[in-house]
Design a protein around this ligand. Structure first.
Ligand SMILES: C[S@@+](CC[C@H](N)C(=O)[O-])C[C@H]1O[C@@H](n2cnc3c(N)ncnc32)[C@H](O)[C@@H]1O
Length: 289
């Protein structure tokens, strides 16, 4: 068993003062704001809380509690800090190549499509898929729902304006992903920023959604939830995978991050692999559909 976990799977080591303080902080936040970090993976949660302390000038974790209970701005900063919003355009290009070759023909068989990006961070992944769908002639018939727990990330995603450096990595990834045009066709640069065209945004709905405390998004043909489950402990991963499974249509496709798995989970029997190494699955089971 993980030495940082108590028997109920919670983040704690008996007698470890800072472990107790973190648990009290997380409990206080849950009671006050309804944001539930209680089943986040210990190691990364501890790291993020410590970074937040350094950035905000706190010397003890317990000193954060009275302040955060009363100061909503401090809470917003905390959430923004705890949410690791690292992402990039066409991240893991081989996943996009596989989607293009193996998933697009399936999606093309539907007259209307629903796609959900759960944990979209600042939106680079959503726009990358929008470009892919556009090149494959499916964008016009697609409703894309892009959600994240962190309101600040959702705001950036909705704007679709990024630092020019984002394009360098994006251009390289786009080529490797099997992109059919020139990446520069999809943005214009101004004052050190790149701006994505509004036609790429017209079918995307951005909103906040918390995978731990909010409900299912129904009738999705494709769910992309990459590099989110890694921040959860196994119990929470299982709960969220169940929610994602219930949100998919029969034969719907689930794309996880390349370090994430579902073979341990209670819904693994409902899925068959499309590209197991790239963590792309098809929902074949009827449970929850
Ligand atoms: C590393 S980013 C992944 C971004 C993108 N999917 C990718 O792979 O490039 C993880 C995102 O998960 C979001 N997240 C963490 N916990 C969440 C939750 N309970 N509900 C929804 N989003 C969550 C964070 O806010 C963050 O934006």
């Amino acid at each position: 068993m993980d030495p940082d976990l108590s028997p109920d799977g919670k983040c704690r080591r008996t007698g470890d003062l800072s472990g107790i303080e973190i648990r009290l902080l997380i409990e206080a936040i849950y009671l006050r704001y309804g944001y539930d970090f209680r089943d986040y993976a210990c190691a990364s949660l501890n790291r993020r809380v410590r970074n937040f302390m350094i950035k905000s000038g706190y010397k003890q974790i317990s000193r954060i509690i009275p302040d955060i209970l009363r100061d909503e701005n401090l809470f917003d900063e905390f959430v923004n800090h705890i949410c690791v919003s690292v992402t990039e355009m066409f991240r893991d290009p081989s996943v996009y190549r596989e989607v293009r070759e193996e998933v697009i023909p399936f999606l093309a068989s539907f007259p209307r499509l629903n796609i959900w990006h759960a944990g979209c961070a600042t939106g680079e992944e959503v726009y990358s898929f929008a470009i892919l769908l556009d090149e494959e002639g499916l964008y016009e018939r697609t409703n894309i729902y892009a959600t994240d727990m962190d309101p600040r990330s959702v705001e950036i995603a909705e704007q679709g304006i990024y630092p020019v450096e984002a394009v360098q990595q994006g251009t390289d990834n786009y080529k490797k992903s099997g992109g059919k045009a020139s990446f520069s066709d999809y943005y214009h640069a101004r004052y050190g920023k790149v701006i994505l065209p509004s036609r790429l945004k017209q079918n995307i709905t951005f909103s906040t959604h918390n995978l731990v405390t909010d409900t299912v998004f129904n009738r999705m043909h494709l769910i992309v939830c990459r590099n989110v489950l890694i921040y959860f402990n196994k119990q929470l991963q299982d709960r969220v995978l169940e929610l994602l499974s219930r949100s998919l249509v029969h034969n719907g496709i689930l794309v996880l991050g390349t370090k994430e798995r579902l073979d341990f989970s209670s819904v693994s029997g409902e899925f068959e692999p499309v590209a197991p190494k790239l963590r792309i699955y098809r929902k074949t089971g009827l449970n929850g559909s």
